[in-house]
Ligand binder design. Structure first.
Ligand code: NAP
Length: 259
């Protein structure tokens, strides 16, 4: 299926690795020109070079922390009028809520709620004027099935979800959609990071724990980031203009409910 977005411009946040990178790659395969960003320059440049070589699209890189106002300004200076915005940032640390300070909460809210909202604020009106816009927020399956040790993520991402639910109904008449993609376990560095604590407690290796986690899912495996990237590209497609405000789980069937 041709998604009809060749030549569109996308900002894909936190895209040097993992799910962000997979979204960038899938969009590039559809002919979308990219702005990719992450804090670490070296990995980012290598990822961008790989995508350029494979797809031939234009890829601009910006090495910034997207959770800072300076970082966001530097990205928007490269692409003030994106047609597509994929918001993403590192997830908050796991732990016990009794150990978290106000600063921990502010950092989580900044990264996983306020940064996407600010990026939307800075881009959505111009998308509405141009009568095309696709915004996808990478959130987490924890929005539907909170994960005990990820309280900072459960809380901050639920705030973003509530905000998006209200805004997404105001933009769709202008062919601007806003949806959230909710990853379950995918094979990325982040998954290994969140398994670290359990590996220490159980004495099992991270690989063992990942294999066990995969086997426990209805799919019998954990997700391939490419599957996530392709779902993101579909949501960004020209034919996705009738879907907005949705929270779409990609979790190998883990969530047992009907909605
Ligand atoms: P990942 O493999 O660790 O990749 C994270 C990417 O984000 C890297 O490119 C990293 O590069 C960049 N990044 C992190 N913080 C940033 C910041 N402040 N500014 C700019 N770039 C930043 O993680 P992932 O698995 O793709 O996860 C992406 C998101 O999905 C996270 O919020 C995670 O919590 C969530 N999630 C993931 C899973 C999963 O199973 N993978 C499940 C549920 C939710 P630099 O470090 O160089 O900045």
């Amino acid at each position: 299926m041709d998604l009809g977005i060749r030549g569109k411009r996308a900002i894909v946040c936190a895209s040097s690795k993992g799910l962000g990178l997979a979204c960038a790659r899938s969009l590039a395969r559809e002919g979308v020109d990219l702005v990719m960003l992450a804090r670490g320059r070296e990995v980012l440049e290598a990822a961008a070079a790989d995508i350029r070589a494979e797809t031939g699209v234009s890829v601009v890189t910006v090495a910034v922390d997207i959770t800072t106002p300076e970082g966001r300004a530097a990205v928007l200076a490269q692409c003030p009028d994106p047609d597509i915005l994929v918001t993403n940032a590192g997830g908050p640390k796991p732990g016990n809520f009794r150990d978290w300070s106000r600063e921990d909460w502010i950092a989580a809210l900044d990264a996983n709620m306020l940064t996407p909202i600010e990026l939307i604020r800075l881009t959505v009106d111009k998308m509405m004027e141009r009568k095309f816009g696709r915004i996808v927020n990478i959130t987490s399956g924890s929005v539907k099935m909170p994960i005990e040790i990820l309280g900072l993520s459960n809380g901050a991402r639920s705030g973003l979800t509530g905000f998006v639910a209200g805004l997404a109904r105001q933009t769709i008449a202008h062919n601007v959609t806003i949806n959230n993609l909710l990853p379950g376990p995918f094979a990325t560095d982040r998954l290994k990071e969140t398994m670290g604590e359990r590996a220490r407690k159980t004495g099992k290796s991270i690989e063992e724990l990942i294999a066990e986690r995969g086997a426990s899912l209805p799919a019998g495996r954990i997700g391939d980031p490419a599957e996530f990237g392709d779902a993101c590209a579909y949501l960004c497609g020209a034919r996705s203009g009738f879907m907005t405000g949705q929270n779409i789980l990609l979790d190998g069937g883990s969530y047992p409910g009907t909605h």
